[in-house]
Design a protein around this ligand. Sequence first.
Ligand SMILES: Nc1nc2c(ncn2[C@@H]2O[C@H](COP(=O)(O)OP(=O)(O)OP(=O)(O)O)[C@@H](O)[C@H]2O)c(=O)[nH]1
Ligand SMILES: [Mg+2]
Length: 478
Amino acid sequence: MWTVPELKRIHLGSVVDEARKGLEDLLYLAMDRRIRLAVTGLNQSGKTVFITAMIHQLLQGGRLGGLPFFQVVAEGRFQGAKTVIQPNMDIPAFRYDQFIQTLTATPPAWPKATDGLSEIRLAIRFRPSGFLQSRIRSSTTIYLDIIDYPGEWLLDLPLLGQSFAQWSDEVFTLCTREPRDTLAQPWLEYLKNLDPHQNAEEGVLRQASRLFTDFLLACKAEPVGLSYLQPGRFLIPGDLKDAPILTFCPIRHTTQSTQPGSLGQVMADRFESYKDRVVRRFYDQHFSHFDRQIVLVDLLKGLNRGPEHFADMDRSLKSILKNFDYGRSSTLSRLFQPRIDRLLFVATKADHVAANQHGNLERLLKRILMDPVNDATFHGVTVDTMAISSVVSTETVVKEHQGRRLSFVKGRPKGRTEEVLLFGGEIPEKIPKPEAWQSERFNFLEFEPKIPRDDADDRLGHLRLDLALDFLLGDKLT
Ligand SMILES: Nc1nc2c(ncn2[C@@H]2O[C@H](COP(=O)(O)OP(=O)(O)OP(=O)(O)O)[C@@H](O)[C@H]2O)c(=O)[nH]1
Ligand SMILES: [Mg+2]
């Protein structure tokens, strides 16, 4: 049993501990020795694998010669990295230990899908580069917080600038086109019998919102795989499942104003509460504290799924980019300090195609993002795009075929145990015109992780992960 003075000491001890941690954090921030790097992307875009591979490479410190384009390593100034206790006690930990074990098991496997937001902290030691600085200090430590969060949450941001009526109109307009049109029918049929002026009943609200949620889930599910789906928490509700704040849906409004307690008004109130308590809270607590952001995009999946899906992904990416356009968006600039100063978009899983296609993969991503990037005056935000592979699971083999030299991909397609040689096809460097999307034109396969050959060292090879690291962290490691 603890005595009262002991309990007081323990309590005081933990308060002092908390305060000390907070102060330490502030100090790192003031000294520019803390980076909060946010990693996002739509589901299955490769966030968990990217973060795991990035941590693995940093812990290896380029010892295996794997980070030639990460300047601090190339210049021989990198002294080491290790995982340390994360600063926020109420945020789930990013389970690097489990993910790396899965990726390096025998046989290796991809980590399972993850949900929600998680965080991990690394301490990185390096020698400063300047002549004077390196005389004063032989080494410096920087703290890197990596935050993994679903891109679906980022897609909620535009809701902050919309009224319930505007949002409802947008959803109904999207539902006039396939594949949304067909998938939305059960929900739209139900809405036909509802009048926004009728009294709100919980049972009706629940049924309308359940049918709307089913519609969103059907849009997200394979093989449809749409991405411009809001509100994000309807898809990943977490502990808000069945809460009234997630029990609403778009509704056709009339010019006549709705009364308090009417169906239309209750839906509108819940939409406003969602914006306030879910969207704004996420941005206040997390987004507005990020320093650097990387957005992962699975363009190959987009091409496989066809023009409607590709257009939807394009819409999502452009909408995500608007989040960073602090200068123009008055709603957002009032809400956030312009903190994120580097933003990187990457096309992931480049190893799914032969090496000679990587250039086109990068050009296609650049092309999609060109207008919003050029358009916007990103106040202090530097944007870049690249094609990478966090963990390479194939190799490129060049062979003669009917008198032509062709590049093939060699690897184990998902669900198979044997390696095969595939001619994966070509990636267009521009968004294909509608008539160019013949059926099955694109059929890029997914692969199982590579089984290491003789030594374990080549198992987590990557493509341009070092360039991504250099863009995201390089300037802080000088
Ligand atoms: N070949 C290859 N496949 C990859 C790579 N990165 C991810 N993948 C594939 O993409 C799948 C999803 O990767 P994750 O990292 O789990 O994706 P995520 O974005 O964290 O997914 P959620 O947690 O569901 O949001 C993996 O199971 C792999 O099949 C890569 O660098 N190369
Ligand atoms: Mg994940």
